[in-house]
Design a protein around this ligand. Structure first.
Ligand code: 26Q
Length: 832
């Protein structure tokens, strides 16, 4: 910790600032303040400290016109081109709550806690006032948030660029077991963390047409006359490093109409609603996050959102570059853009347009710069999740961009592609950015555009990256042998260990020192402690306390009493067929039957804990949620079981709830069909906190298994090769149903109304899908899964053995820190 920060902390001004915020911003006093008032005042105080730090760490780029100095990191990672500012472009930043993390990063946790205590207030109650900032769907959005934390921590100058959605991911409630969506009103009266920067507003265009300018030469120059203009207003959030010496920022754009929003003619004619139409239009672009995270629909509002935030961000970057007095030709020397999936791929033609039409560059020069600046991360192999936009739709909203994409494709196909493959039409069709449809329209493949326009393309786990090379982009990999690389995902140990599991953090500090927070490989030092009975007891004791805390939440949210001595079996992630919550459910039903058959046997008591949101339009996913809830209701109320088995589905799974569940998990369910989960990051969070994994050889599970060793993980199921062989043979799920009596009985119980006497057909769709379709081959892995689960139960009955494995998981997963991921990006991708 630097002296500067220490001064802030030890300075009584912290108290003064806090009380000033209470009095002046909130019009109250420490005596009268509610928990919510305290939350707001504390947040504002911490925001002020990091804003001061942002200015001091000489990162505030616009304040100074001095070139480069203002961008120099406090400490550089390596020599060489360390000045490249990283711009992380993402439609999603799933930040969760910010106060607890900020208190920890600025080392003010104890100070704040003591101060509040003196007023009879509990800090934890104050932290609970914060609404999660849920501006993302799941893994991809949370990864962006972890990366922002690690970029600051590694003191790499970086800006996260995204959208300041008015409504984030929907709030989930259950009505009679079914998911219902409610709007996420996360900043109804503003967020204390966001600072508006109206002076840095930018204007962007949409729609309109192209015009030709003849400048007397032989060349006709094209230019775009937008039919509509919009303002992007930036809202900034400071991202402090651990210790607070260094601060980056997250810049989220809000859309506003650029012309006077009320049509006074119409207003005067009495047509008030029509007069205000513009007002509504301006708002809608940044209005709401799309809740789908696969099978994207080609909605024009989504494309407009994508363009809106890319165009705003690029304008912002170029303006800053020029304000430093640097030549536009050097843009790529000073900035690296990271595209979080293809969602910001429109930045590629937008950058080309800015460089050519606004800066007057020729094509080749603009293309060289664009290709040196852009980098693309792929997060999925699911073909239906790959983004495609209809060319006619894109051309209507962005006519100039359609031209540029056509040109990129033309030059690529006639240059690099033809050189490599000649007239091999099959390959040419595959690598083309355009896919020709029967109806005459063309689809723009955003993944192909992203690969062609980027300097590096990365997958997110070793297995995933090798499948990206071998199956998704084999042609591009042959054409550009060094372009495709792997960067395995990671998670920030500050939030996902230090903050969410203070008990374990203290135990680690006591035994191996506290440096692991910024150097997670130091967890290795824990290895010998796995042989110490005293340490294992202390470790188990921490877990028990965390389980008691979670049991209270379960009691409150689900009205179910659970025994903290039971095995807590956790599956928390988006609801998707490929993630196979339905496989977990089949196992639960089979366990239920087993217990009913042998009521006197000595079963291992278990609590199955689910957390998951389904995309609102994903019918089967919603039916699976309903099925789990219905099965839970019957099992939880069956007195014959003597509390050996409980099933709970916690509503509204989100970052802050994950922080409560993860430290209390004994078993981590990572059971996707091999080849479908790109990486997974929940697997890392759970393992790091000492949960044992039951999982398939998919995504980062493969690397987790290598790290912890075969004895300390429960691997089951078909491999990628096994799955593809089975599919080639022709997979018939009904055969598994017919030939396996345990499985048959479990599915029949869903079919015959055992779990909903009043509406016996309610769960039929789930059962029938498994019997006749089962796209993700749950039935094929059922036996092997059940066998692995049997081993889990057996191991849990030998506490010494279990806790030893658990400690070794924590000790050996240090490599899954997002600090390591970011260091890999710095080296393999950005070259900073
Ligand atoms: C696209 C177009 C239209 C509407 C929505 C979307 C959309 C939105 C979000 C498509 C995909 C997503 C999110 C994908 C995602 O979260 N992928 C996960 O990324 C994690 C981080 O790399 C991986 O760990 C997971 O394996 C992967 O599923």
């Amino acid at each position: 910790m630097t002296n500067e920060i220490n001064q802030t902390i030890n300075n009584p001004s912290f108290t003064v600032e806090l009380e000033n915020h209470l009095r002046r911003e909130l019009g109250t006093t420490p005596k009268r303040a509610t928990n919510r008032d305290w939350w707001q005042a504390l947040s504002l105080t911490l925001r002020d400290i990091s804003l001061d730090q942002l200015q001091q760490s000489s990162l505030e780029p616009l304040k100074s016109l001095e070139p480069l100095k203002s961008l120099e990191p406090v400490k550089s990672l390596n020599e060489g081109n360390t000045n490249r500012h990283v711009c992380y472009l993402s439609m999603e930043f799933l930040m969760g709550r910010l106060l607890g993390d900020a208190l920890m990063n600025l080392d003010l946790y104890e100070t704040a806690s003591t101060l509040l205590q003196s007023y009879g207030i509990r800090l934890s109650d104050v932290l609970d006032q914060e609404r999660d900032m849920s501006l993302g769907n799941g893994g991809l959005g949370r990864l962006a948030a972890c990366f922002m934390d690690s970029l600051a921590n590694l003191q790499i100058p970086a800006t996260g660029y995204g959208i300041n959605y008015r409504y984030g991911l929907f709030r989930q409630i259950f009505e009679d077991g079914s998911q219902k969506e409610k709007p996420d009103v996360w900043r109804e009266f503003g967020s204390p963390w966001e600072t508006c920067r109206p002076s840095e507003t930018v204007e962007i265009g949409l729609f309109g047409h192209m015009e030709m300018d003849h400048d007397g030469s032989n060349y006709a120059k094209n230019h775009w006359v937008p039919g509509k203009k919009l303002f992007g207003v930036p809202w900034d959030i400071t991202i402090p490093s651990f210790g607070g010496q260094y601060v980056n920022r997250l810049r989220l754009w809000e859309s506003q109409v650029s012309t006077y929003p009320i049509d006074l003619d119409k207003y005067n004619q009495g047509d008030y609603l029509e007069a205000c139409r513009n007002l509504v239009d301006g708002d809608t672009i940044s209005g709401v996050l799309y809740p789908e995270d696969s099978t994207p629909q080609g909605k024009d509002l989504r494309l407009t959102q994508q363009y809106f935030f890319c165009a705003c961000s690029l304008k912002d970057i170029i303006r800053q570059h020029k304000q430093r007095g640097l030549p536009i030709n050097d843009l790529a020397k000073h900035y690296a853009l990271q595209l979080n999936d293809t969602h910001p791929a429109i930045a590629i033609p937008e950058l080309m347009r800015l460089l050519m039409d606004d800066e007057g560059m020729v094509w080749d020069q603009a293309w060289k710069i664009t290709r040196a600046m852009c980098h693309y991360t792929n997060h999925t192999l699911l073909p239906e999740a790959l983004e495609k936009w209809s060319a006619s739709l894109l051309g209507r909203i962005l006519p100039r961009h359609l031209q540029i994409i056509e040109m990129i494709n033309y030059i690529f196909l006639n240059g690099e592609a033809r050189e490599k493959w000649g007239d091999n039409i099959e390959v040419i069709q595959k690598v083309s950015i355009f896919e020709e449809l029967e109806n005459g329209d063309r689809m723009i493949r955003m993944a192909n555009l992203s690969v062609i326009g980027s300097r590096r393309v990365n997958g997110v786990a070793a297995l995933h990256s090798s499948l990206v090379k071998a199956n998704l982009f084999p042609e591009f990999n042959a054409l550009y042998p060094d372009k495709l690389v792997n960067v395995t995902n990671g998670v920030t140990p500050r939030r996902w260990l230090a903050h969410c599991n203070p008990g374990l953090a203290r135990l680690l500090d006591k035994n191996i020192g506290s440096e692991w927070r910024t150097d997670l490989n130091l967890l290795e030092k824990l290895t010998p402690f796995a042989e110490s009975p005293e340490f294992l007891d202390a470790f188990a004791n921490v877990r028990f306390k965390n389980k008691e805390r979670l049991a209270r939440i379960i009691e409150k949210e689900c009205k179910v009493t659970v025994n903290p001595n039971a095995l807590f079996d956790v599956q928390i992630k988006r609801l998707h067929e490929y993630k196979r919550q339905q496989l977990n459910l089949l196992h639960i039903i089979s366990l239920y039957h087993e217990m009913l058959d042998n009521p006197d046997a000595d079963h291992t008591p278990r609590v199955f804990i689910f957390g998951a949101k389904a995309a609102p339009g994903y019918v089967l996913a919603k039916q699976i949620i309903l099925a789990i809830n219905k099965v839970a209701q019957v099992i939880n109320n069956d007195r014959r079981l003597d509390d050996q088995l409980k099933v709970v589905f916690l509503p509204d799974y989100r970052v802050s709830l994950a922080e409560q569940i993860i430290p209390a998990a004994d078993l981590s369910e990572q059971i996707s069909t091999a080849g479908f989960e790109a990486s997974g990051t929940g697997n890392m969070k759970l393992g790091l906190n000492g949960a044992l994994t039951i999982g398939t050889l998919d995504g980062a599970n493969v690397e987790i298994a290598e790290a912890v060793g075969d004895d300390n993980i429960f691997i089951f199921g078909k491999t990628v090769e096994g799955i593809s062989e089975l599919r080639q043979q022709g997979y018939i799920p009904y055969q598994y149903y017919e030939s396996n009596p345990v499985l048959k009985r479990a599915i029949n119980a869903l079919l015959d109304g055992s779990f909903c006497q009043h509406k016996p057909d309610l769960l039929k769709p789930v059962a029938e899908d498994l019997m006749y379709r089962d796209q993700f081959m749950a039935l094929a892995d059922f036996d092997s899964y059940r066998e692995a689960q049997r081993k889990v139960s057996e191991t849990f009955r030998k506490p010494r053995l279990w806790w030893r494995k658990s400690v070794l998981n924590t000790a050996r997963l240090g490599g899954f820190s997002s600090d390591r991921s970011i260091a890999d990006y710095a080296e393999k991708v950005w070259g900073v």
